[in-house]
Design a protein around this ligand. Sequence first.
Ligand code: PEP
Ligand code: MG
Length: 292
Amino acid sequence: MSERRPKIYLNLSFPPLAARYAHLPADGVGLLRAEFLALSLSVHPKQLLAEGGAETFIRAFTEGLIEVARQFWPRPVTYRALDLKSNEYRGLRGGQQFEEPEENPALGLRGCRRYMDDPELLRLQARAVRSVHEAGWTNVRLMLPFVRTVSEVLACREILQQEGLFERGIPLWIMVEVPSVVFLIERFLPLVDGVSIGTNDLTQLILGVDRDNPRLAPLWDERDDAVMRAIEWVARACRESALECCVCGDAPSRRPELIPQLLQLGLTALSVSPEAFERTLQIVREREPGSG
Ligand code: PEP
Ligand code: MG
């Protein structure tokens, strides 16, 4: 697997943009952020459910996903389940009622942990992914965000199993964004079909630097050896398990000079912003044997 050219995927947040970028010779979508889909409903999911809106939620997510899956067919589209933080959910209608203010939302009720408290939220997204597959768009896979522990992945798998995702062969990926997952990566790999490293959160957590604090911006730097070592560790474990290992954080988009080093560490794929795609492709091609 590691001998072939690394894949280059695209990061997308907004399904209508799929039409604009699908012509690029990308290998698929490595990160389709779900947050836009939720924010476009303008209502807190629990408020929507309280109003009997489960079908509205599933329909909106299904339609958004199909829009991307169709544009990129047959290339894979990696749908990342919602990773909204409490402060972001609070801004939605009904949010004040369902979200307690948190001192530190980046370390709060987000990512996979939210699905332990609110399994319904993952269930609805699983139903959307399943209905996308049932409609014939079998190129969509599901990725869990901001994983902290193996038990969270097991609990999410249980929900996905109940919703028939594995029966349909829908691949499950996880994001590696928290150092606990780096250290114990070999325990996660038997549970998943691939991993994608979120260097934005991973850098924040390894270096202890708030990624949203402009005064700390110079310290939030993915080039740090500690971050590189974490990526290398994860890539090696994935290689040993013959699993795909991607980086979908902004590191290769923001810092193209990092790309050769990232590939040297053994990643099998990079997922970059559409604006960074051509440049990334060029750098990857220059590394290919015989490219001069
Ligand atoms: C990341 O943390 O690198 C990532 C891709 O997730 P987000 O930027 O959406 O938190
Ligand atoms: Mg993240």
